[in-house]
Design a protein. Structure first.
Ligand code: GDP
Length: 364
C-alpha cells in the first residue's frame, strides 16, 4: 500500500541530503566555546589520541617548547579538527528551496497540504541554522519525518468490539458517496461481529437505488445475517427505525444501517440523511471513504461532518491504493480517527488501523 510513497520519500530524502551536503555553508568557527558540546568533545578526543610525530619528538628533545606556544598550537589544531567534523548549516531560504522536491513527491502521493506543512515546519526546526556533521543529515531527516507522522496519526486507540458491547442494540450508520465501498464494509463489519459472537441485523436504508437493496441482501446472505427492507423509494428513516425496533424485540446486539450514497451538494439527500440520523439516533456514524480518492476523500469527510458530525472513518480500497498519502492525511485534516482500513473485496479483508504498522511500512 505504501510502496509508492515509501520509494518517493526515500529518493527525496537522499536527494535532499545530497543537495544539503553540496549547498550548505561550512560553519565558521570563531571560538572554541561556540562549538556544539558534541563537537568539542570529539575534537578533544582526537587531540588526546594524537601522538607526536618523529620530527616533533626530535624537535622536542632539542628544545622543549614554551608553555604558551604549546597552548597556541593546541588551540589552532582544535579548531582545525572541529572545522572538519562540524560540517555545515543551511539558512531558512536554502531549506525552502531544498524542501521543494520532497514537497512535490509528497503532493503526488496524495499527502494533504496541511500534513506537508507540518512535516516541513518540523524538519525546518531540526535542520535550519544547526551545524550538522557530514552523514548526520539523512538520519535527522528520517527521525524528524517519523516524529511528524507519529504526531499526525496521534488519535486515541479505539476498541471497536468493546465499544459495541456498551449498549444493546448498538446502532451504527454507514455514510459515504456511491461506490466508496459502503455495502462491502457493512458486510465486513457484520462478519467481524459474527466472529466475535455478536449478533447483528442490517437496515437497507438506501431506498434511493433499487439495486442497492438487492446488493445489501446479497451481502447479508453471504454473512448469514437478516436484512430489513422496505420498498424502493420508501422513507429511509422508517427503514432504520423498524430495524432498531426489530433488534430490540429479538435481542440483537448491533444494527448496521446502509444509507444512500450522496454528495453533500444534493440538498434533498442531505436533508434525508439528517432525518435518518435524527430518527435513528445512531451510536456511531462511520464515513466510508476510498483511499484512492486522495484529497477528494478528505473534502467529502469534511462536508459530511459539517452536515451530521461523523465519529470516525473506514478507509476502503487500501489494497489498490499505490500512493498511501490519504491514510496519513485524513485524520490530521479532518480531526476524525480512522478505525479500519479495507484491504480487499472479501469479508475478512478489513483491518484495524494501526499507526505503528503504517509508520513502519512508510518510512525507509
Ligand atoms: P457502495 O456503493 O458504497 O455500497 O460501494 P460497494 O460496497 O458496492 O463497493 C463498490 C466496489 O468497490 C465493489 O466492487 C466492491 O467490491 C469494491 N470494494 C469495496 N471495498 C473494497 C476494498 O477494500 N478493496 C477493494 N479492492 N475493493 C473494494
Amino acid at each position: 500500500m505504501f510502496n509508492f510513497l515509501k520509494d518517493k520519500v526515500k529518493s527525496a530524502i537522499s536527494s535532499f541530503t545530497k543537495k544539503f551536503e553540496e549547498e550548505a555553508e561550512p560553519v565558521k568557527i570563531a571560538k572554541e566555546e561556540k562549538l556544539p558540546e558534541k563537537v568539542q568533545e570529539e575534537a578533544r578526543e582526537i587531540l588526546a589520541e594524537k601522538k607526536p610525530s618523529k620530527k616533533e619528538i626530535v624537535k622536542e628533545k632539542k628544545e622543549p617548547p614554551k608553555k604558551e606556544e604549546l597552548k597556541e598550537e593546541k588551540k589552532g589544531l582544535f579548531s582545525k579538527i572541529a572545522q572538519t567534523i562540524t560540517t555545515k548549516k543551511i539558512s531558512s531560504a536554502q531549506f525552502d528551496a531544498l524542501f521543494w522536491d520532497l514537497e512535490v513527491e509528497l503532493l503526488e502521493s496524495n499527502v494533504a497540504f496541511e500534513v506537508i506543512e507540518k512535516i516541513k515546519e518540523d524538519l525546518k526546526k531540526n535542520l535550519v541554522d544547526t551545524p550538522l556533521k557530514r552523514g548526520e543529515v539523512e538520519k535527522i531527516i528520517q527521525e524528524s519525518l517519523k516524529q511528524s507522522i507519529e504526531e499526525v496519526l496521534d488519535f486515541p486507540h479505539f476498541d471497536f468490539i468493546k465499544k459495541v458491547k456498551e449498549k444493546k442494540p448498538f446502532v451504527i450508520a454507514f455514510l459515504g458517496v456511491n461506490g466508496s465501498g459502503k455495502t462491502t464494509s457493512i458486510a465486513k463489519i457484520a462478519y467481524l461481529l459474527k466472529k466475535n459472537n455478536l449478533s447483528c441485523v442490517l437496515a437497507a436504508a438506501d431506498t434511493f437505488r433499487a439495486a442497492s437493496i438487492q446488493q445489501l441482501e446479497e451481502q447479508g446472505n453471504k454473512v448469514g445475517v437478516k436484512v430489513i427492507k422496505h420498498d424502493y423509494g420508501s422513507d429511509p428513516a422508517a427503514v432504520g427505525f423498524d430495524t432498531v425496533k426489530y433488534a430490540k424485540q429479538k435481542g440483537i446486539d448491533v444494527v448496521l444501517i446502509d444509507t444512500a450514497g450522496r454528495q453533500h451538494s444534493n440538498s434533498n439527500l442531505r436533508d434525508e440523511m439528517k432525518k435518518i440520523i435524527r430518527v435513528v439516533q445512531p451510536d456511531l456514524k462511520l464515513y466510508i471513504g476510498e483511499m484512492i480518492a486522495g484529497n477528494d476523500c478528505i473534502d467529502q469527510i469534511k462536508d459530511f461532518d459539517e452536515a451530521i458530525n461523523i465519529d470516525g472513518v473506514i478507509l476502503s480500497k487500501a489494497d489498490i491504493d499505490e500512493k498511501g498519502g490519504t491514510a496519513i492525511s485524513v485524520s490530521y485534516v479532518t480531526k476524525k480517527p480512522i478505525y479500519f482500513i479495507g484491504i480487499g473485496q472479501e469479508l475478512a479483508d478489513i483491518k484495524v488501523f494501526d499507526k505503528k504498522e503504517i509508520i513502519q511500512s512508510l518510512l525507509p
